[in-house]
Write a protein that binds this ligand. Structure first.
Ligand SMILES: NC(=O)c1ccc[n+]([C@@H]2O[C@H](COP(=O)([O-])OP(=O)(O)OC[C@H]3O[C@@H](n4cnc5c(N)ncnc54)[C@H](OP(=O)(O)O)[C@@H]3O)[C@@H](O)[C@H]2O)c1
Length: 235
């Protein structure tokens, strides 16, 4: 007699590149995946790479700023939600346009509500699930040019801890992974990223949080580059 082994399903936002892509590839060994971002071609490529390591993959090319489009996520079975998509426009407040402000707030803050609101009821109904959010060290630091970005990442910390307290008794874990600088396209072209964390380092932290034993909740996990960057073998 054969048994069908079903894998948990992880939904990763911002999976088309950078940290989200690395998270998708890291979870592909153990999870089936729903990958969300706007860039359909890039999502397809990431999906193929995830399938190659055993995941069943559904890609959904949608703009997280569209409340109607995000509503479609409510039809999915999701065991692990990784709210990763984010936007950073780092510039002095008086130089920031209203569009740049709204874009950051829509993706970094409002999409957290809409995506989590779509997916969480199913988890509550099943009495299990995990919501992981990619925050930032900018969620407890400040810097010149960071009025909006640091503000949105401070929001993430309050949102994550409050949600954790609300849903842990329903069997649902909430984690926030807060990286320092990571070498991705979040930074403008020409930025020296050599010293930064790799996206895979953040993906390892996410995997640690979402695969912890059922009675153990990793709520906050901060990962930073160790400078100078050096191979582990140097210890
Ligand atoms: N890089 C760092 O140093 C760093 C440090 C700490 C925290 N973080 C956080 O890590 C997360 C990922 O950042 P990253 O560095 O990987 O940045 P990235 O390379 O710029 O990737 C951002 C991702 O978000 C998606 N996205 C942006 N706007 C979207 C929208 N309107 N609708 C749907 N998807 C959208 C992008 O996909 P499409 O363009 O295809 O839509 C892309 O997949 C963010 O929350 C960021 O704040 C980054």
């Amino acid at each position: 007699m054969t048994t069908t082994q079903t894998r948990p399903v992880a939904l990763v936002t911002g999976a088309s590149r950078g940290i989200g892509r690395a998270i998708a590839l890291r979870l592909a060994a153990t999870h089936d995946l729903v990958l969300v971002a706007r860039s359909a071609d890039k999502l397809t490529a990431v999906g193929r790479a995830c399938e190659a390591v055993g995941a069943t993959v559904q890609t959904m090319a949608l703009n997280l700023r569209s409340v109607a489009a995000v509503g479609a996520l409510a039809d999915l079975h999701v065991d692990v939600l990784v709210n990763n998509a984010g936007v950073a426009v780092l510039k002095p407040f008086l130089e920031m346009t209203a569009e740049e402000w709204d874009r950051q707030v829509d993706v970094n803050v409002n999409a957290l509500y809409h995506v989590t609101r779509a997916v969480l009821p199913g988890m509550v109904q099943r009495g299990r699930g995990h919501v992981c959010i990619i925050g930032s060290t900018a969620g407890r630091n400040t810097f010149v040019g960071g009025t909006c970005y640091t503000g949105t990442k401070h929001f993430v910390m309050g949102f994550a801890e409050s949600l954790m307290l609300e849903v842990r008794d329903a069997g649902i874990g909430v984690s926030v992974v807060t990286p320092g600088s990571v070498a991705t396209e979040l930074f403008p072209e020409g930025t020296n990223t050599a010293w930064m964390l790799e996206p895979e380092n953040v993906a390892d932290a996410v995997a640690f949080a979402v695969t912890a034993p059922p009675h153990m909740l990793v709520h906050r996990l901060e990962v930073r580059p160790l400078s100078p960057k050096r191979p582990r073998s140097s210890f």
